[in-house]
Design a protein around this ligand. Structure first.
Ligand SMILES: [Zn+2]
Length: 163
């Protein structure tokens, strides 16, 4: 009996696993959520940024969005894409105050409004701001009125980009 060895480049294995993961994730999201909000990242602009280019190129964001677009249509859910200029990371999800600058190195969002005590993980805060773009009937009670976004005057611009 002879032993046969199948040689598969590691990169191919990685690509197969990653492809399977994106497929599985987008199917699960589209099947189990009536609305999904994602950011419209300026991917080509980010790729020009030397520090981020490899991470963005490897992230499969294009494929993730492509699959999410057709799967939400297939399963009857709604994909909401936040305008690329929506300042999800710079807005306080509690009071709506917007920071002028928020460097990537700053991972915790601390509201600068003296009347607000919001301190939370930067990505978590951004996700709450994105949640505010969903239609009210699916949001938790405390998030039903995305006042912060309306008061910031950005809601109209964002909602115009619904797929
Ligand atoms: Zn605040």
């Amino acid at each position: 009996m002879s032993l046969r060895v199948l040689k598969v480049p590691l990169r191919s294995v990685y690509d197969m696993i990653y492809s399977y993961f994106i497929h599985k994730l987008t199917t699960t999201l589209a099947k189990n959520h009536s609305q999904i909000v994602i950011e419209d990242l300026n991917v080509s602009g980010l790729i020009k940024n030397g520090k981020l280019s490899k991470a963005i190129a490897d992230s499969g964001f294009y494929e993730f969005r492509r699959q999410l677009t057709y799967k939400t249509q297939l399963y009857g859910s709604k994909l909401i894409i936040a305008d690329r200029f929506f300042p999800s990371s710079k807005l306080c999800p509690k009071c709506g105050q917007k920071k002028d600058k928020l460097p990537l190195s700053e991972r915790v969002y601390r509201c600068e409004n003296n009347n607000c005590d919001w301190i939370a993980d930067r990505d978590y805060s951004a996700s709450l701001n994105l949640l505010g773009l969903a239609e009210p009937d699916v949001m938790p009670v405390e998030m039903k009125t995305p006042k912060s976004i309306n008061e910031a005057g950005t809601n109209k611009q964002i909602m115009s980009n619904i797929v």
